[in-house]
Write a protein that binds this ligand. Structure first.
Ligand code: G6P
Length: 612
């Protein structure tokens, strides 16, 4: 959470930093700020979105060729102008932006106050800028050395950028557990939380590693050292990212664009990894570790949010197709409960961003215990991609809407391919069924196109239930996690309270909530346990609930009973989530739009949760 961007070079910094902040706004949007150096230090900070900052900046001089900016998701201190970043030193020389949490800020603050420093915000971040100031003043150190000394004292997570108005020839950045990318132009340099603010200017980047400090010079030169003062020469990477991928491309919202992209992105996730005609699956990331993966005694999936729901579906896939015992863990719980991890376990981390703090920490813990780490990640070069021993990219392209859609279905594709590959090698799936699933998987993108054609019908249903205060989502088997995901989509973007439940569990509690005002979304595409779902629908109808049923084309029984029906193409049962999740994304989207909600940037949320 929180996005940071900085520029040093011959151009005016303000438009570059401002545009960068707009691209990073998905990381947090409760306040934003910019500092510019132009003889003096000018800092503009505003509560609210980057647009508020832009309006405030119209009133002031925004010239300067060195600048840094921040868009915030509050941890310490409420979102207001004062707590917004950048934070400046007491002597007015330094300005700093920070993404992360300084855990020992209270101790540092007390010590600094005793030395006469005065704090004006409620943030943890402010201690860093005072600490750097203290080292700079006390030992007369150059900025990068003062930063290094200060960071030696800081416990926690940080990506920071600092500028000194008395030395405008440089910018200093550093990272630990929060991402920071260096962009290298001809005679200019950039720093940002991800590559999106940089790609317009250069495709040459370096992903900084933990505990590295970078000094950027005005002429495009840079130097990198570790916090213990060792010079680093990391490889420069070329970005494979196009600017259009970061635009809405004619859609009203990024979320809608990303829902619609799924016929393509699902294909991208399997491209080159599957051939149904010749009957093979190759998941490149697995190749170096085949014996360990095939002989794994257990797979443990660690993830958060929507990625955790993909993990739940993978539990069904790995156990059914590859017969490997699988557990799915909330990364935040897993890391703190002293779990038993054997060195023949495989830990699969699922993450769109590749930066989620709890998932990263869970992996670090499992790595120490000797497990093999496999990352399934969307963002290339992200921290999880680099920490894991092996893994696969999902190739869904940048996902900007805060509510995850296309990243989820792409994760499902990769997980299905892995389960198929493992099952085939372990002999736990017959050749016939293996080939049947391969061709069913290859035909999913076309079927997704058909599901997307239901958009108008789903919009109509959305209009009928948009004023509900609660909603229930029910599913069985592979569609139980889909119910959880459907409910999550609705609550995160429309603010309607929604719960997902295994359909049969409804009788053990949620049924008490059902009345004539309660929409109940039943995902009933299953062939197995179909009659049981029919009974569940009857139980809902008997209590006058409003049933919205997602069924397979040609369904007759549930169609008769439901108030609204969404018919999707038939596929093999393990693949149904790839289709059944999409109408639920559209339903949540239209309800949120009709309720006037900010679909791409829902309140209190952020896309990349880089704090615990
Ligand atoms: C946040 C996002 C979710 C996402 C979750 C996990 O809560 O709003 O959309 O599912 O983080 O993120 P990850 O990047 O690890 O998949």
């Amino acid at each position: 959470m929180c996005g940071i961007v900085a520029y040093i070079g011959p151009k005016q910094a303000y438009p570059i930093v401002l545009e960068g902040l707009k691209r990073l706004e998905y990381r947090g949007y409760d306040s934003a700020g910019i500092s510019l150096i132009n003889g003096g230090l000018k800092t503009i900070k505003k509560k609210g979105k980057v647009l508020e900052l832009e309006l405030a900046a119209k009133e002031v001089d925004i010239s300067g060729t060195v600048g840094l900016g921040h868009t915030r998701w509050a941890t310490h201190g409420e979102p207001n102008d004062m707590n917004a970043h950048p934070h400046n030193s007491g002597n007015g020389r330094l300005s700093l932006v920070h993404n992360g949490i300084i855990e020992n800020y209270a101790t540092l603050k007390k010590a600094l106050e005793e030395l006469g420093h005065e704090f004006i915000s409620d943030t943890d971040t402010e201690v860093l800028v005072h600490l750097i100031e203290e080292y700079q003043k006390r030992d007369d150190l150059p900025l990068e050395e003062a930063v290094r000394k200060a960071l030696e004292k800081a416990i926690g997570a940080y990506a920071i950028v600092v500028v000194d108005k008395d030395d405008p020839s440089k910018l200093v950045g550093a990272r630990k557990s929060s991402p920071l990318v260096l962009g290298i132009g001809d005679d200019e340099c950039f720093l940002a939380s991800d590559a999106s603010p940089i790609i317009k200017y250069t495709n040459k980047v370096i992903y900084l590693n933990d505990e590295e400090i970078v000094t950027l010079k005005r002429n495009g030169e840079y130097s990198i050292k570790t916090i213990d003062n060792k010079v680093q020469n990391p490889e420069i990477k070329e970005l494979d990212l196009k600017l259009e991928e970061l635009e809405k491309g004619g859609y009203e919202h990024f979320m809608l664009k990303e829902i619609y992209q799924q016929s393509q992105t699902i294909w991208e996730s399997m491209r080159g990894r599957i051939n149904a005609n010749d009957g093979w699956v190759v998941v490149g990331g697995m190749s170096e570790y085949i014996p360990r993966l095939v002989n794994a005694k257990r797979i443990v999936i660690a993830a958060c949010g929507t990625s955790w729901h993909a993990g739940l579906i993978a539990e069904y896939l790995f156990e059914e197709l590859a017969r490997i015992p699988t557990e799915v863990e909330y990364a935040s719980e897993f890391r703190y409960r002293n779990p038993i991890i054997y060195n023949d376990d495989v830990i699969v981390a699922l993450s769109q961003s590749g930066e989620t703090a709890d998932t990263l920490a869970a992996l670090e813990m499992a790595k120490k215990k000797g497990a093999l780490l496999y990352g399934i990640v969307n963002v290339v070069g992200s921290s999880i991609a680099r920490l894991t021993h092996c893994g696969s990219y999902t190739h869904a392209g940048p996902e900007i809407g805060v509510a995850s859609t296309k990243a989820f279905t792409s994760q499902l594709v990769v997980l299905t391919l892995m389960a198929l590959d493992l099952g085939h090698r372990r002999g736990t799936i017959s050749e016939g069924y293996f080939r049947q699933l391969l061709s069913a998987l290859e035909s999913i993108p076309k079927k997704v196109e058909k599901v997307l054609q239901l958009n108008d019908q789903i919009r109509f249903i959305a209009g009928e239930i948009k004023n509900a205060q609660n909603a229930l989502y029910l599913g069985r088997g592979y569609n139980f996690p889909v119910a959880l995901e459907g409910a999550l989509k609705l609550k995160e973007i429309s603010y309607i309270h929604a719960e997902g439940y295994p359909a049969a569990e409804m009788k053990h509690g949620p049924i008490a909530l059902i009345d004539m005002y309660m929409p109940v979304v039943v995902i009933a595409t299953n062939r197995s346990a179909y009659e049981k779902i029919v009974s569940n629908v009857q139980e809902v109808k008997a209590r006058k609930g409003i049933v919205i049923a997602v069924v397979t084309e040609g369904d007759t029984v549930i169609k008769e009973m439901a108030d609204f029906i969404i018919e999707i193409p038939e596929t093999e049962e393990p693949l149904t989530p790839l289709l059944s999740s999409i109408p639920l994304q559209l339903l949540a989207y239209h309800i949120a739009v009709m309720r006037g909600c900010d679909v791409d940037q829902p309140r209190n949320l952020a896309k990349s949760v880089t704090v615990e």
